[in-house]
Design a protein. Sequence first.
Length: 150
Amino acid sequence: MAYVSLILLDDVENLGLAGDEVRVAPGYARNYLIPKKLAAKATPGTLRLVESRKAAIAARRAADLANAKALAEKLASVEISIAMQATEDDQLFGSVTARMVADELKAQGYSIEHSRILIDPPIKSLGSFEAAVKLHSEVSAVVKVWVVRG
């Protein structure tokens, strides 16, 4: 199978960091990485452009990490309550999803994508649970989730 050499212009989860040269499938490059401006074809001009941006990329990474750590400290004390219908023996009709948790966090003023929230195992009963929130590749936080009868 043929691969395409690209230079990452931004950090891509499970692929690499900005400035890395990666080899990916042509379809992934053509349909996702290049249109979203996450990568560019590996040419001498692109290499020079990335070298000139190295300091700015490092500063942005440090700022992102600091912001993620600050947000993790705030989220450590956050508790959210989700009202759900349940049976007499406290089993839910359905389950609590990451999207529900993200919506409750948004109501409290925290803008977090639902794809960054991990609920494992799924919440299918009333009670107190924890949801992990991946804020950065190096920083995670835990949010306390109370599931109450609605």
